[in-house]
Design a protein around this ligand. Structure first.
Ligand SMILES: Nc1ncnc2c1ncn2[C@@H]1O[C@H](COP(=O)(O)OP(=O)(O)O[C@H]2O[C@H](CO)[C@@H](O)[C@H](O)[C@H]2O)[C@@H](O)[C@H]1O
Length: 472
């Protein structure tokens, strides 16, 4: 089966968050299952694209209304990611050092149209188009409705929702940029009187998936305005839990971390990584280390963290280390807190892939007090590195972490409040002091299998079930 994943991000080429991790791993595991899975993504100007050579497999012009942009489909043979990547290079719009910007309506519309224009020219069409998030949300609509893509309308299109908070809204003044279609069907694009690419994808895709089963249920109650639509389309929707790339995220072979380890050597391995972190960030290596990694936004409960940290650092014997960036206010408050708790608290404001690996390896606990968490990968990474997750029971966190009081291995809490989060940290630290249990738990959590093996197969079964239905 020939599968094209369409996405704005793909690790290690361009990563802003978890979307990249998924699109950089799922195709590889699908190929391991004997499929032919590839990625189509924009060509940005970033460390990956500037250090590799590319050759053009196609050249054309993409039209956005009356404006025409030259574009190429590029490939590189210099690196093997376990799947083929086709880059849509539209210099005037996409060749930027960033993935997302103010001009995203034109950028991602042009990306989607150029990708479909190229697919139209292929001798062998893909059997599945798998679209990720709203940046590719108009593809299910365009293949079904636009006259020029009629030849593609038999190809099943899947949309995976990684995050329904962002929907790609466009005012109607952009309508003329979408290739012509029967205007009687304009309602498919609409949600609340604007063009809503995520809503259009939910309406037009042959199947809709979310990145965990719990998130699928939660979206029917809380989907940033799309609740009714999701409830209405639930017959074709299913939650498939993300996996993790166990080749990239493996403490035994990870090149980023200070000392490699496995379940047998976990105590010494984690100690060496923690020692490095404590030296680098002026922390006390004798105390337990609680870490946070992620985007500093409301969804992650980030604006509560300064107060949570203040409370915890006053009451507990602990170190706290945060890696992240996002809302400026939160960044500033988190940075200011350093003055009060020097020696036990530090933050790194920014994005640093290597540092994130060392933190997963060196921390004792990873905090995720998310308001919304469609799946969450951090808790699965930390488990693999023997770090205990402290999470709110929501979305994918609920599906992957069981509290120690329920015969589980993590710490869970229900509310996103300063006191609930601080109490969860308190429970975590009590657990830390139960040395024997804590060490045994470390070894156990490293053995939990969250690899893509199962979920990659689930997606393949889903594709097969559509193809089966289609040809019956
Ligand atoms: N400052 C920083 N420096 C280095 N690395 C950093 C970093 N901030 C974040 N990361 C990394 O980015 C990834 C974040 O993944 P998540 O799944 O937690 O979140 P995200 O909300 O982006 O993804 C959305 O899509 C994914 C994939 O489907 C869902 O799991 C998730 O719930 C949904 O919100 C992890 O690899 C993490 O280590």
């Amino acid at each position: 089966m020939k599968i094209f994943h369409l996405s704005a991000e793909c690790y290690p080429i361009a990563k802003v968050g978890g979307l990249a991790d998924v699109v950089g791993a799922l195709p590889k595991y699908q190929n391991d299952n004997g499929e032919e899975s590839a990625v189509i993504m924009p060509f940005y100007k970033n460390p990956f694209t500037t250090t590799h050579n590319f050759s053009a497999v196609f050249e054309g012009h993409v039209h956005l209304g009356n404006t025409s942009y030259p574009y190429q489909i590029l490939k590189t043979s210099e690196v093997s990611l376990g799947f083929e990547v086709y880059f849509v290079a539209i210099d005037a719009l996409l060749n930027t050092p960033f993935v997302y910007s103010e001009n995203d309506i034109d950028r991602f519309l042009a990306f989607q149209i150029a990708a479909l224009d190229w697919i139209l020219t292929l001798k062998q069409f893909p059997n599945i188009l798998h679209c990720h998030d709203h940046h590719t949300g108009l593809i299910p609509f365009m293949t079904q409705e636009c006259y020029k893509y009629e030849a593609l309308n038999k190809i099943p299109v899947i949309t995976t929702i990684h995050n329904a908070q962002y929907q790609g809204w466009m005012p109607y003044e952009h309508l003329h940029k979408i290739p012509p279609f029967n205007m009687e069907h304009i309602g498919l694009l609409d949600w609340d009187k604007v063009i809503n690419p995520l809503a259009a994808a939910i309406k037009c895709a042959w199947r809709v998936t979310t990145v965990s089963p719990s998130y699928m249920e939660e979206l029917k109650q809380n989907a940033n305005g799309l609740e009714q639509l999701l409830a209405h389309e639930s017959g074709k929707a299913v939650g498939v839990l993300n996996g993790i790339d166990t080749e990239v995220w493996n403490p035994e072979t990870d090149d980023y971390i200070i000392e490699n380890y496995n379940a047998t050597t976990v105590a010494a391995g984690k100690k060496a990584n923690k020692k490095w972190l404590c030296k680098r960030f002026n922390l006390d290596e004798e105390k337990p280390l609680v870490a946070f990694i992620g985007r500093l936004v409301g969804e992650k409960g980030a604006e509560l963290l300064p107060e949570v940290f203040h409370k915890v650092l006053q009451q507990e014997v602990v170190n706290i280390l945060l890696l992240g960036s996002g809302h400026q206010d939160t960044e500033e408050q988190l940075s200011q807190l350093r003055a009060n708790y020097s020696g036990n608290y530090n933050v790194y404001i920014g994005y640093d892939e290597k540092l994130s690996h060392i933190i997963y390896a060196g921390a004792d606990f990873l905090l995720m007090p998310s308001r919304v968490e469609p799946c969450g990968l951090n808790q699965m990474y930390c488990l693999r590195y023997g770090t205990v997750p402290v999470v709110r029971r929501i979305g994918g966190l609920k599906d992957t972490v069981v509290d120690i009081n329920d015969n589980g291995f993590g710490i869970c809490h229900d509310d996103v409040t300063v006191s609930d989060i601080a109490y969860a940290v308190h429970r975590a630290l009590e657990f830390y002091n139960d040395t024997v249990q804590f060490q045994a738990n470390r070894t156990f959590i490293m053995s939990i299998d969250h690899s893509w093996k199962t979920s990659a197969k689930t997606y393949i079964n889903l594709y097969n079930s559509i193809n089966q239905q289609h040809y019956d």
